[in-house]
Ligand binder design. Structure first.
Ligand code: ASP
Length: 462
């Protein structure tokens, strides 16, 4: 009888209690981290990426897909006036038609297109960028590389968002134009052609997303728009170009910190969008500091729900005293996470290692905002966010040698022929070479006086 009562008690009370407390613990962990996680979030968007045609499958050219979002490159001059350089409707022409107009694609790639959208870059929401990133990854499951066309205004943000989120190691090349497609001297067709050439070359595989305009290739993390109208508006103020596209070569002159991690687990970003819902993408804003800037911007943004704020400070990241007071209150009362950057256009803000203000390293405010936004979509843990800011894609070159490194210190050692071990199965017959003359004097550099000549390299005297 007691046995029956005990097992009934276990079934009806203890087991449900255990299950409930386990569920509560799981919900607690998820709420603390504030993200919706799953192996693959249900309801992920799907995209009508075109299949490879049999013609393209049979050809030996690389298969490149152009994922089009609009911008000036697809812009149409107002009133059909081909001199309306700045009076046009961005995002008008369809990419399929623009690619069809490109000559001599047979020299560079088999090109397909996917029209993701057709509007100005500033018109895209962060949720749409989430979709764009997934579309690019879906396209790269089929194609060798992708070109993404966008408007130039927010190109650096879109490109860096893709850099931080696309999972594929295949090349992603973002391009656009400063003049609409149908004006005289447009840069649109050349930029589109050259971007396809870069993508098709495969040279930027493992580089993450790169930006290419005017034949110059930049890392998405480093590039910024520097002028409102000029064709050569893009630059990477701290590091310069990654490489160039010339005819016919694509040359990459240096590797980014990320590319140096190719093939390792650290290469992939921590931000796998397939594991979060786009509703987890939080509000993150930017505040600019200047002489006697008031604290209202921070207070207003926090009232609007900002979970993170990037400050574009003066010099080495300084903000006005009123902004400073508002920042302290936002951290204390609302748990807002701040990232400090500089408004100077170049330079690093080093991290202090603690607190809720993270140094933005060499990211500009717009880039840092994308990094913070994605970070806060994945965790509320400030130390984790700090570690992403200080390690993911950040350059800090250090060359080290260890006990396995063979040190060569003299000219003789450096030019020494590799030692070939004699084949011991065959008897080695060494013919003595009669030497009758001292070696002639040359201008060749002599060995350091402290280096003892070994019998093998010692000059032979008669
Ligand atoms: N307003 C345009 C945009 O960003 C400018 C451009 O495409 O260059 O979409």
């Amino acid at each position: 009888m007691t046995q029956i009562v005990k097992s009934e008690l276990a079934k009806k009370v203890i087991v449900p209690l255990l299950v409930l407390s386990l569920l509560a613990a799981m919900v607690g962990v998820m709420a603390k981290n504030n993200y919706v996680r799953a192996e693959e979030v249900p309801g992920l968007p799907t995209f009508d990426i075109p299949a490879l045609s049999s013609e393209h499958q049979a050809s030996s050219l690389p298969n490149v897909i152009v994922v089009a979002t609009g911008g000036t490159l697809a812009g149409k001059a107002r009133n059909d006036d081909p001199t309306n350089f700045q009076n046009y409707a961005a995002g008008t022409f369809k990419m399929e038609d623009l690619v069809a107009q490109l000559p001599r694609k047979d020299k560079i790639a088999d090109v397909s297109t996917f029209q993701f959208g057709n509007k100005g870059s500033g018109g895209y929401t962060i949720k749409e960028l989430y979709d764009l990133s997934l579309a690019v990854d879906a396209a790269l499951e089929i194609y060798d590389s992708a070109v993404v066309t966008t408007g130039t205004d927010t190109m650096e943000e879109i490109a860096y968002f893709l850099d931080l989120t696309v999972r594929s190691e295949k090349p992603v090349v973002v391009t656009g134009a400063m003049r609409p497609w149908d004006v005289i001297g447009t840069d649109g067709p050349a930029n589109l052609y050259q971007a396809i050439k870069v993508a098709g070359s495969g040279k930027t595989k493992w580089f993450g997303t790169v930006v290419m305009l005017n034949d110059v290739i930049y890392a998405a993390r480093e590039v910024t728009k520097t002028n409102s109208h000029r064709n050569d508006t893009f630059d990477a103020p701290m590091f310069g170009a990654l490489g160039y596209v010339d005819d016919p070569a694509v040359r990459i002159y240096r590797a980014t910190a990320r590319a140096a991690k190719a093939g390792t687990a650290e290469w992939a970003s921590p931000f796998d969008l397939k594991t979060i819902s786009k509703d987890s993408l939080p509000i993150v804003e930017i505040v600019y500091s200047y002489q006697e800037a008031g604290g209202g911007a921070i207070r207003g943004l926090v009232a609007d729900g900002a979970k993170g704020i990037v400050t574009a400070g003066t010099g080495a990241g300084g903000i006005s005293s009123q902004l400073g007071t508002a920042r302290t209150a936002a951290i204390r009362d609302n748990g807002v996470v701040f990232v400090s950057t500089t408004r100077t256009g170049s330079g690093s803000i080093y991290d202090s290692g603690n607190g809720s203000v993270i140094g933005g390293d060499n990211l500009n405010a717009a880039h840092a905002r994308m990094m913070l936004l994605l970070s806060l979509a994945f965790t509320n843990d400030v130390s984790k966010i700090r570690s992403w800011f200080t390690t993911f894609g950040t350059q800090d070159v250090e060359i080290s040698v260890d006990e396995n490194t063979v040190m060569k210190t003299t000219v003789e050692e450096l030019i020494e022929e590799p030692i070939v071990e004699p084949d011991v199965t065959e008897p080695v017959v060494v013919e003595p070479t009669p030497t009758t003359e001292a070696p002639a004097a040359t201008d060749a550099p002599t060995a350091e006086p402290t280096v003892e000549a070994t019998p093998e390299t010692a000059p032979v005297t008669p």
